[in-house]
Design a protein around this ligand. Structure first.
Ligand code: 4AD
Ligand code: MG
Length: 477
């Protein structure tokens, strides 16, 4: 049985057999207690064993980290820490763990230390809770869209297109790197490469999703995306997962409504289904902040913050309004911001986003209608000639969690914008044809999955919410 089932069943005097990893062993020669965890839940189960029933050799091998199977009777616990425990009559060592070498001790380790033990950090309470929640969120994403009649679309991981036009892509090639074919002009001859053209790892499945949306009506992608930006921050990964819905006949308002409902659904799903893990992480954060000065502590606990986001409407404002607020804000006037907001055209940095969310509105914020110069070519152009129908959703402690827009469905306007931004129309001929043949108003957005996992778990570094983080200079494990 799994520990999760045993604790739910609470059936007593029942013979059970479980397998798991030893967290701790304590007690004496006569009677000892094992805290066992099998990953099914944050809770351990206590195994009580009388020394005389087991060989000394076996008892010695029951060390922190070792893997065992135990059989026995499930009884009401006499101790205070748990409702039930197992009186073991049989214990088998499945995999021993050398106690002197096992890297994890039954004490708190720093997250940085555990990042270097990526193969074992799953064994800790914190990371097992995080990854159970990551699963719950994955499931919630699919449930949300499936219930709404969306179709999940697998967009390519290897692509020739640079959807965001940012150029921060990882090339994909099988050239012999010490002998790359060149043409007469000395340029790399991609016609000789595996795919016969230059290819990259995708930065977004959006352009392909647009094709499908203009036929299937409403689709969503959920896949890995790759960005070679050299930003070593607590919110950026080189490989991250993105969810990108794309909806025909939806305008920017529909898009914002969908995104808000979606985020709230995912958070509520975790509250409903992963209460134990959330409670553990809530306590963990509170514990961590105990030693901080009052003004450095979070205003809300984790659970309180999740509830708050579900219960409040996100504040919606335009980029122009946001700039006015920021320009007149204290940190801007006192030059406390690293990047001073001069006026229209300034890009918002995470310090500005967090000011709006955490200081000004104290709730999630949606900013719309950004200057066209700082956004991608495919966004719907407003009549003012200066802004586009973009939206960014900003979250407390995270900053940008979603970026999206209404798309430019007018072929002429789209081509003009591509020319202005130097986007190769020939390469994107297949994308442009959707505007030639039965175009329509449509919108979509991208949710950075790890940023959502960060928000829900309260983890402060994005490396701690993905099993195997890839960041500049780091792809071990
Ligand atoms: O704002 P972005 O670049 O938007 C797009 O890629 C659009 N094609 C989405 C669309 O309209 N379909 O990225 C979307 C989100 C960001 O809001 C952020 O949450 C996340 O992806 N993101 C990252 N997450 C982790 N590491 C990175 N390096 C990220 N870059 C973006
Ligand atoms: Mg963005």
């Amino acid at each position: 049985m799994k520990i999760k089932e045993i604790l739910k069943a609470k059936g007593e005097n029942q013979e059970v057999k479980i397998k798991g990893w030893v967290r701790t062993k304590r007690g004496s020669k006569h009677v000892f207690f094992i805290a066992l965890n099998d990953g099914s839940t944050i809770s351990n189960i206590q195994i009580v064993a009388e020394g005389e029933n087991f060989s000394e050799e076996l008892i010695k091998q029951i060390t922190t980290g070792s893997c065992i199977a135990a059989e026995g009777n499930l009884v009401e616990s006499k101790g205070s820490g748990q409702a039930v425990e197992i009186l073991a009559n049989k214990i088998e060592i499945l995999g021993s763990a050398d106690a002197d070498e096992y890297p994890l001790q039954p004490k708190k380790h720093s997250l940085e230390f555990l990042r270097e033990k990526a193969h074992l950090r799953f064994r800790t309470n914190t990371f097992s809770a995080v990854f159970r929640l990551r699963h719950a969120l994955t499931f919630a994403v699919h449930k949300f869209f499936n219930d709404k009649g969306f179709f999940n679309l697998h967009t390519p991981i290897i692509t020739g297109a640079d959807a965001e036009g940012a150029g921060e892509m990882f090339g994909v090639t099988n050239f012999d790197l010490s002998n790359i074919p060149k043409n007469e002009n000395g340029e790399v001859d991609y016609s000789k490469d595996f795919f016969g053209s230059k290819t990259n790892l995708t930065v977004s499945g959006q352009l392909e999703a647009e094709l499908a949306a203009l036929a299937l009506g409403q689709v969503y992608t959920f896949g890995p995306t790759f960005r070679a930006e050299n930003s070593n921050t607590s919110r950026h990964l080189s490989e991250f997962w993105m969810i990108e819905p794309e909806v025909a006949f939806a305008d920017l308002d529909d898009n914002m409504n969908l995104a808000e409902e979606f985020l709230k659904f995912c958070i509520q799903y975790c509250i409903d289904n992963n209460a134990d893990d959330l409670r553990f992480l809530d306590n963990r954060l509170e514990d961590q902040e105990k030693n901080l000065k009052k003004e450095e502590r979070s205003e809300m606990g984790l659970l309180e913050r999740l509830q708050f986001v579900i219960e409040n409407n996100f504040h919606r404002l335009t980029y122009r309004e946001a700039i006015d607020i920021l320009r007149n804000s204290k940190p801007n006037k006192k030059k406390k911001f690293q990047y001073i907001i001069e006026g229209f055209g300034s890009d918002l940095q995470s310090e500005h986003e967090r000011y709006l969310v955490e200081k000004k509105f104290k709730k999630p914020v949606i900013i719309t209608d950004y200057p066209k110069g700082i956004k991608a070519f495919y966004m719907k152009q407003n009549k003012d000639g200066e802004t586009v129908r973009a939206m960014d959703i900003l979250f407390p402690l995270i900053g940008e969690i979603i970026g999206g827009s209404q798309r430019e469905e007018n072929l002429e306007l789209l081509e003009k914008r591509m020319d202005e931004m130097d986007v190769d129309k020939k390469e994107l001929w297949w994308y442009l044809e959707t505007r030639k043949f039965g175009t329509c108003v449509h919108s979509g957005f991208g949710l950075g999955f790890e940023r959502l996992v960060m928000f829900v778990t309260g983890m402060k570094n994005i490396r701690d919410v993905i099993p195997f983080p890839r960041t500049p200079q780091n792809a071990e494990f």
